[in-house]
Ligand binder design. Structure first.
Ligand code: ZN
Length: 149
């Protein structure tokens, strides 16, 4: 399952993938299937959390935050490794302060896992890729039973 970065629609992509560039069934734009993290605003985040058929890993960050910059390539690697099975989103807390206060973000970077439309886990601070992936999988196994694709 892949989220269209343009319109936010979720698209099921068959394996093996058909030849050519996949396109979004709703807006017919190019569908990004790399699994790379997608930037969202508060509204897009809400729609993604409620509508996503796969678990969501959210990274709350800001450009001035050095640990956030350290975390960026880790998030990217996890997103690509879990492409289609986990949706990795990033929300810039400077640009969207209302969304971050709604989520009661205390410090950044903060990572939040959502499954089935609700939060199942969160933690703050950079962590190595293997540990981040393990934390996400464990959170889903415990908090979001049956939510893993
Ligand atoms: Zn689209």
């Amino acid at each position: 399952m892949f989220r269209c970065a343009t319109c936010g629609a979720f698209n099921r992509v068959r394996e093996p993938r058909p030849q050519g560039t996949p396109e979004c069934g709703r807006c017919h734009g190019v569908l990004e299937v790399s699994g790379a993290p997608q930037e969202v605003d508060g509204e897009a985040l809400d729609r993604a959390i409620l509508g996503s058929p796969v678990p969501v890993l959210l990274d709350l960050w800001a450009p001035w935050c050095a640990p956030c910059r350290t975390a960026a390539p880790i998030l990217d690697a996890v997103g690509r490794a879990q492409a289609g099975r986990l949706l990795v989103l990033k929300l810039n807390t400077d640009q969207h302060p209302e969304a971050s206060s709604r989520l009661r973000v205390q410090g950044i970077p903060t990572f939040v896992v959502f499954a089935g439309g609700r939060e199942v886990a969160r933690r703050s601070g950079v962590l190595p890729r293997a540990e981040l992936e393990r934390w996400v999988m464990n959170s889903l196994a415990q908090g979001g039973a049956g939510a893993t694709a």
